[in-house]
Design a protein around this ligand. Structure first.
Ligand code: CAA
Length: 278
């Protein structure tokens, strides 16, 4: 089904607060994008168990909501997140780290994932677990004041939620080794050149820019958005040959959606597609 351009009504933003530490700005369904804000200013948004679990729950809740097609994750202008909460980790011994219920702990940080694309709007300190959470997002937009680092070595530990893995995939072995082994951060421009982020914008424009990208994605068909995210992520796990076969299967599966017909008919009729998201 297709039709001529239809104006989307401008409706008020809803703000949903997740207990204390993480607030969710949930735009109206007609906007189809949601901003999640990590909000722990006194500790530069350090990721303690409450924040990590709130983030996991937000991803899970939003996965069920088909009105939302793209997420934005942000922190403050001073810090996206300054890492896992060191004071919380200090109270844990080896036995506790090894044996406690991971499903209810900050160790969930390593497996945070959303079935929908997440655009990260990154300003300020983005260290340790903060950088790892940023790298778990799909599109990384940095403000000019962003600083990225894996300083765990300065604490006598190493990265534990993707800092040696995703960082190496993103920036290559040499810079990843340098960042992980020296603990020294890089600035936004260096992160751009290295391929860690896709854009650098003035600090104040970082969140609006990420939201504009999310809004653009949210105009597309949800099943196709999910297939593309899944296929791009598989590039990190599969080699080129297996990856291309996998991509081809996902491509063919688009023909099992109604939106494939809608999109192609709209193009042929010079109309704007109205997605059914199925
Ligand atoms: N955990 C807990 N608290 C933190 C924190 C963290 N990661 N980062 C900052 N804070 C707290 C500080 O303890 C301080 O609290 P108080 O006011 O109660 O003392 C407050 O935030 C402000 O911090 P500073 O006084 O240190 O501020 P600064 O401007 O001098 O420095 C900073 C800012 C450079 C971010 C510095 O705080 C810092 O280096 N933080 C630690 C960064 C880090 O090592 N991150 C890695 C953590 S380990 C990890 O993430 C493991 C993993 O891979 C999962």
């Amino acid at each position: 089904m297709c039709s001529k351009k239809k104006k989307i009504p401008d409706q008020k933003k809803k703000i949903i607060h997740i207990p204390k530490l993480c607030s969710l700005k949930h735009n109206n369904p007609t906007c189809n994008k949601t901003t999640i804000t990590i909000n722990r200013p006194k500790a530069f948004n350090a990721l303690n168990t409450d924040v990590v679990l709130a983030l996991r729950d937000a991803y899970n809740t939003l996965a069920q909501d088909d009105r939302v097609r793209c997420l934005v994750l942000t922190g403050s202008e001073k810090a996206f997140a300054a890492g896992a909460d060191i004071k919380e980790m200090l109270s844990m011994d080896y036995h506790t780290m090894e044996s406690h219920d991971r499903s209810q702990s900050l160790l969930q940080m390593g497996s945070l994932s959303s079935s929908k694309p997440v655009v990260a709007a990154i300003n300020g300190f983005t260290f340790g677990g903060g950088n790892e959470v940023a790298m778990s997002c799909d599109i990384l937009i940095a403000g000019e004041n962003a600083k990225f680092g894996q300083p765990e070595i300065n604490l006598g530990i190493m990265a534990g939620a993707g800092g040696t893995q995703r960082l190496t995939t993103a920036v290559g072995k040499s810079l990843s080794m340098q960042m992980n082994l020296t603990g020294d951060p890089i600035d936004a421009q260096r992160a751009l050149v290295a391929g860690l982020v896709s854009e650098v914008v003035p600090t104040a424009e970082c969140l609006p820019r990420a939201q504009a990208i999310a809004a653009r994605i949210a105009q597309k068909s949800l099943p196709v958005i999910k297939k593309i995210k899944d296929a791009v992520l598989s590039a990190e796990e599969l080699g080129t040959e297996a990856g291309i076969k996998y991509e081809h299967q996902r491509f063919i599966s688009c023909w099992a959606t109604e939106d494939q017909k809608i999109g192609m008919e709209a193009f042929a009729n010079k109309e704007k597609p109205i997605w059914k998201h199925r």
